[in-house]
Design a protein around this ligand. Sequence first.
Ligand SMILES: C[S@@+](CC[C@H](N)C(=O)[O-])C[C@H]1O[C@@H](n2cnc3c(N)ncnc32)[C@H](O)[C@@H]1O
Length: 242
Amino acid sequence: MKINILTLFPAMFEGFKGESIIKRAIEAGHLEINVVDIREYCFDKHKQADDMPFGGGAGMVMKPEPLFKALKDIDTDGKIIYTSPQGRRLEQKLAVELSKEMEITIIAGHYEGIDERVVGAFVDMEISIGDYVLTGGELPAMVIADAVARLIPGVIKKESYEQDSFYNGLLDYPHYTRPASYEGMNVPQVLLSGHHKNIDSWRKKQSLKRTYIRRPDLLENRELTKEEKKLLEEIKREIDFS
Ligand SMILES: C[S@@+](CC[C@H](N)C(=O)[O-])C[C@H]1O[C@@H](n2cnc3c(N)ncnc32)[C@H](O)[C@@H]1O
């Protein structure tokens, strides 16, 4: 998959591309991240990418010409995304949808945002990473790229992301590693038992319990299996009793 990222601050992406799973995904050829410096498309003397807003008011607006030129140069058939606090909220379901694309392009806004004509002419989707406002779209672009990249086949094990929170509508179960006992705190016995069926059912119950306690809204939108319904009744009884 190819991810084009249009930004005024390309250096911010060096660490992102050069570390950990994203680095390995690039090296293995699963992922290409093409960071495009919008300033390369500013052809005036001062390479100015922003200007004052028509109608007055605080803040600057990213000019249309550099973005039009950059997007025409990229000439993509893939989805063009603008990072915006006004967009569709990024959730795992959307990350899964985007991970099936061959190419996506993400525009990182800055200042008050980009000239609305860029949105009208090119943008297929605006994506928000949450109800708060950041100084720029660089971190949201990384968040989107990261959430999508780890779902590309081959980047991480399928069993690993399928068990993650939200993938199947539940939160993940708790994890433990060695040592089995640390500062008087012990790992639940069942995880040391080697009994895979019992371990699976403990994990399923923990996953449901965490979801019920921390994010009950997720359960409202999910069709529970017979086994899950039974486990949930058990969990509710345990909570009432304690
Ligand atoms: C200071 S913000 C502009 C906010 C804009 N004036 C508004 O209120 O909708 C600058 C840029 O940061 C990015 N940005 C800020 N918060 C974001 C969020 N929650 N999700 C996605 N992008 C965000 C966008 O690209 C935006 O154009």
